[in-house]
Design a protein around this ligand. Sequence first.
Ligand code: AP5
Ligand code: MG
Length: 214
Amino acid sequence: MKLIFLGAPGAGKGTIAAAVGKAQGMPQVSTGDLFREAVKNGTELGLRVKGIMERGELVPDELTIALVRERLGRRDTAGGYILDGFPRTIPQAEALAAFQRIDGVINFLCSEQVVVRRLSGRRVCRACGAIYHVENMPPHREGVCDRCGGELYIRDDDRLESIRNRLRVYREQTEPLIGYYRSRGLLHDIDSAGNVEDSLVQLKPLLQNLQQGT
Ligand code: AP5
Ligand code: MG
């Protein structure tokens, strides 16, 4: 199954993609994670995208499309994958359609008030990328990852100014993808404002239907 997770920053794409990916044995392909990895490793790509990400703007389409094309060319994605945070612009969606047939797009719906609260309290493991929230999903020991013992940190773009910019960029450049995929009969909405279990309960029948169709 080839899926896209679409939604505003903080809507829960990464949290749910990690859970579904693990349960179904599907790789989670997060462009945000791939860019953060490049920044951490100080690669040429990382140096180019660092400032863009900190400001909450989008990385240019050519760079992003090339990254995804390379990632989806690897063996582990042959049987399916979850694209988390890609595409984010109409040109990215068109580039993807030229080389992949997507089975479904899950649209995570969540108010801006909720996403601001979620992003302001998010903590991420520096070692394994596990996602926590200081109130909703706290680790057992403050600042320490339950899964691997790694250090939890605050993403550079989870400052209020950057969050506001990411929401504006989402409205202007990514929201048009809702109509794009709806008109192609691929879009499935879920209400992601509740807890993780609420989202998983809504997703289950959708994924079963999509699986039968593949
Ligand atoms: P990216 O990493 O994709 O960030 P984003 O889209 O802004 O989304 P987030 O990761 O912030 O939110 P999420 O929906 O994954 O929420 P999460 O599950 O973590 O992109 C970062 C940057 O990279 C971009 O700004 C851009 O610069 C660049 N980039 C990436 N892709 C690009 C592309 N295609 N084109 C161009 N540039 C690109 O949850 C958030 C918090 O809420 C967590 O603390 C979590 O614990 C909590 N939470 C989650 N779900 C729930 C729930 N159901 N109930 C309670 N709390 C919850
Ligand atoms: Mg994410």
